[in-house]
Design a protein around this ligand. Structure first.
Ligand code: FES
Length: 233
């Protein structure tokens, strides 16, 4: 990693433990910074990292009003950084999980294949705890075309047609307050393609504010509360 990129990564991944365990990947691109945003519940109170239920799908929007992300507490620590590649060949490093046992991770919920994402009506993509007829367990599985991602490895592609990992959301854990902040992304963002593909739909839903930057706080909900139908496969 170039010195400038490394320093930017150090500044961005300021959650302590994540940086302490980070490896240096030669030539890796740095995380992309967005507004430091506190994760809160529907009442505006900060989410407590230690209060998150394991293996439960949580959804929040970041870094734009209409771009959904998954927040997950994995059943075991994800303490090891992962060296990953984007479809364009660019390399980057996923810093690993944060939180008391480094099991908390976040990823863009926009599938890297054809951009399926959780809507209020339906979600084809979700964390899947148990093995199914079409994949193993403890994975993020998009039932649209069966792209399967490993959330313990930066959402690396396990199987299926997705050409690259899900973009990761860089999190910061405030140890003293046990709060979580989103800081930016690392990996291949799908945001431009997402806004192009769903321009008409998002225009109706968000009234022209779909690309509004998320700033200050973002609300975290269980996927079951956010979305009426979660497809299982
Ligand atoms: S859109 Fe997710 S696998 Fe095709």
């Amino acid at each position: 990693m170039e010195r400038r990129g490394f320093l930017e990564a150090c500044a961005l991944i300021s959650g302590g433990a994540a940086l302490a365990h980070a490896r240096v990947v030669q030539g890796a691109s740095a995380p992309r910074r967005y507004a430091r945003t506190r994760l809160v519940d529907i009442h505006g109170s900060p989410i407590r990292a230690s209060g998150l239920a394991a293996e439960t799908n949580y959804v929040f929007h970041y870094p734009f009003a209409a771009t959904p992300c998954f927040l997950l507490r994995l059943p075991w620590p994800a303490a090891t950084p992962a060296a990953l590649r984007r479809e364009d060949g660019g390399r980057y490093e996923w810093p690993g999980g944060v939180g008391p046992d480094r099991s908390i991770v976040a990823f863009s919920a926009i599938c890297a294949h054809k951009l399926a994402y959780p809507t209020r009506e339906v979600s084809f993509i979700r964390y899947q705890r148990d093995r199914s007829a079409t994949s193993g367990g403890s994975v993020i599985h998009c039932c649209a075309d069966h792209s399967v991602y490993d959330p313990t490895q930066g959402a690396r592609v396990v199987s299926g047609p997705a050409p690259q990992p899900l973009a990761a959301i860089v999190l910061e854990h405030d140890v003293a307050k046990d709060e979580l902040h989103a800081l930016g992304t690392v990996g291949a963002e799908q945001f431009d393609a997402f806004f192009r593909k769903y321009e008409f739909k998002l225009g109706i839903e968000y009234g022209g504010r779909s690309r509004a930057p998320v700033d200050g706080t973002t609300v975290v909900r269980e996927l079951a509360q956010y979305c009426r139908n979660t497809i299982q496969c």
